[in-house]
Design a protein. Structure first.
Length: 273
């Protein structure tokens, strides 16, 4: 009997040491399959995980400039072969309007094997290579040959995996990349998310490896800066058109246009910083 009473006492003590707060803490600890924790500083991941339904065809079926702006604040999700998920908030885009746009790959309405995705239904990925090394990812919109370039992301989940992918895509070992350096540019974005030519012509509304989910706290017009596109060379008036859009004040944007921001603030379109 003494031994039985001792066992009952130990069981009672074990039960009393368990508490609901401990269970809640475990449930609130968000990790990927590979054990990669989401950054605790990001408010977006916590809210987004509860609302993981993907953006549907209706969202992508809008004019190119409208889609480029609408992408800001939305979440790009990439599922790696090992099951880990990478999440990034879109903070910078560029619109390419198709046939009339001298900076577009589809200028003049010319359709080739390379740019075929630009002529496919809205929501189709167009991935192309630059300098024979790097990749850029675009999403088709309304309009013949029109598409939106995804320029920069704010990384939300899977940052360790992004660092691994960035490191493996470069020739020489470098210092540990900071968070803001992971996806601040179109080719860096593709490196960090493991996006290459194999993703060309994929459908964001159906694909199981890459998709988008709705963002929280979407920006208003006063939060969006419209300025010129980057790296398009001598394209006449098209080099000066304000077809790049980014979230003002977001440190993950690749290139900030202070002049345009000052002009917008002077006109009352932006608060003074």
């Amino acid at each position: 009997m003494p031994r039985k009473r001792k066992l009952l006492a130990q069981l009672s003590a074990l039960q009393s040491s368990s508490s609901f707060p401990q269970i809640d803490a475990l449930e609130n600890l968000s990790t990927t399959t590979g054990g990669d924790c989401s950054p605790k500083s990001s408010k977006y991941f916590v809210t987004q995980k509860k609302n993981s339904s993907r953006l549907e065809a209706d969202f992508f079926n809008q004019p190119c400039v409208s889609l480029a702006k609408s992408f800001l604040g939305q979440i790009l999700v990439r599922k790696l072969p090992d099951g880990r998920e990478l999440w990034g908030r879109i903070v910078e885009t560029e619109a390419y309007l198709g046939g009339e746009d001298e900076a577009s790959h589809s200028r003049g309405g010319k359709q080739t094997q390379r740019n075929a995705a630009m002529f496919m239904k809205p929501g189709t990925l167009y991935v192309y290579q630059i300098y024979g090394i790097y990749f850029c990812v675009n999403v088709s919109s309304q309009g013949e040959g029109a598409a939106v370039l995804l320029r920069s992301l704010e990384p939300l989940q899977g940052l360790d995996a992004m660092r691994e992918l960035r490191r493996s895509s470069r020739k020489a070992p470098t210092k540990l990349l900071k968070d803001w350096q992971l996806c601040n540019g179109p080719s860096r974005l593709c490196q960090a998310f493991g996006i290459d030519k194999a993703f060309d012509q994929r459908d964001l509304t159906r694909d199981t490896d890459i998709w988008m989910v709705p963002g929280q706290d979407l920006p208003g017009e006063q939060d969006v800066v419209a300025t010129t596109r980057i790296g398009i060379g001598n394209r006449g008036e098209w080099a000066q058109k304000p077809l790049r859009f980014y979230l003002r004040g977001n440190r993950f944007v690749s290139v900030v246009d202070k002049k345009t921001e000052r002009e917008m603030a002077a006109k009352g379109h932006l608060p003074c910083s």
